[in-house]
Design a protein around this ligand. Structure first.
Ligand code: NAP
Length: 289
């Protein structure tokens, strides 16, 4: 069997096109577009590329971008004051601070300064609590994008055995919560999990978010499983390549559907960030009305 390849680029393009249409309608109705403020502290080249990509994506769908750059040694008080200012600015629907922040700052404190209504990364304590309690709120982008890919793959989640490898606050934990809300039976694995391969072999849906290239072997996959590879591992080469946490060539022979790396989960993250910004703008407009 050769698995169907889940085309994240195509799904992300559909989400972006829909968001663009809905942003145009929002702007027409309210006379002002949704706005996304990004904060980059320091000059880490990879972070600068990520922030640049987010700003460009905003412009493409009609969201107004506010691009704030602070020096690597920006005082804590200045960073918090900027976030307070953005929290109070009605033109700003969503705020994200690119992580990691420089060592003299506390990423958790900085993130939590963002108003929960503008927390488009879904990473504040308030957003995580809302997700855990099953209350409406802004959800983290990569897990949300993964749910859309599972929908695209027509994965049946209710009652299914889902295994998530990784328990980070950014991905693994919120992913498990979203699957639970979709009535899956969820197992979360991590570096201390015993017999990882054995646990994975139970999975109807296997999601790997580890950061170890090709950790998941072909014989860890239940025949017919849906496999989502969140891992982004840069191999120096030659040639330099980006690869996932799953041994794709082996897995594709066993799974029924699988995401490639690149071109799977990666493109979904920014698409869901744009959608979250629109959701935040609508919620703010409803409160103001
Ligand atoms: P992270 O915070 O480093 O978490 C990694 C998780 O993997 C931890 O829970 C860790 O367990 C677990 N782990 C490490 N080695 C393991 C092993 N040998 N066996 C089983 N579990 C193991 O990473 P993250 O932020 O969640 O990201 C994970 C991967 O996804 C990275 O490659 C990252 O680049 C990628 N990612 C991609 C996107 C995207 O947009 N495509 C977004 C987010 C993340 P412990 O908790 O026990 O340490």
């Amino acid at each position: 069997m050769s698995a169907r390849i889940i085309d994240g680029k195509a799904v992300a393009a559909k989400v972006r096109a829909r968001v663009a249409t809905e942003v145009a309608a929002f702007t027409e109705q309210h006379g002002t577009p949704p706005g996304l403020a990004t904060i980059l502290i320091g000059d880490d080249p990879a972070s600068a590329v990520y922030v640049g990509g987010k700003q460009k994506a905003c412009a493409e769908v009609g969201i107004k971008g506010f691009d704030h750059r602070l020096d690597a040694d920006a005082p804590r008080a200045d960073v918090l004051a900027l976030i307070d200012e953005l929290n109070a600015d009605p033109a700003v629907s969503g705020i994200l601070c690119q992580l990691p922040v420089p060592g003299h700052l506390d990423g958790v404190e900085v993130t939590n300064r963002i108003d929960a209504g503008k927390d488009v990364d879904g990473l504040t304590i308030a957003s995580a609590g809302r997700l855990a309690l099953g209350m409406p709120g802004l959800r983290p982008c990569t897990p949300t994008g993964t749910m859309l890919l599972l929908e695209e793959a027509q994965a049946s989640l209710s009652g299914a055995e889902c295994v998530v490898i990784g328990r980070s606050n950014l991905f693994g934990k919120p992913m498990a919560q979203l699957l639970l809300q979709a009535n899956a039976t969820v197992t979360t694995c991590h570096s201390r999990t015993r017999d990882l391969g054995e646990v994975c072999r139970r999975a109807d849906v296997l999601i790997a978010a580890v950061g170890v290239a090709h950790l998941v072997k072909g014989d860890w996959i239940k025949p017919g499983a849906v496999v989502i590879d969140v891992g982004m591992n840069r191999l120096t080469g030659p040639p330099p390549t980006l690869t996932g946490d799953v041994d794709f060539d082996a897995a594709v022979e066993v799974a029924s559907a699988i995401t490639p790396v690149p071109g799977g989960v990666g493109p979904m993250t920014i698409a869901c960030l744009l959608e979250n910004t629109l959701i935040a703008a609508r919620a703010a407009a409803a409160v103001a009305a």
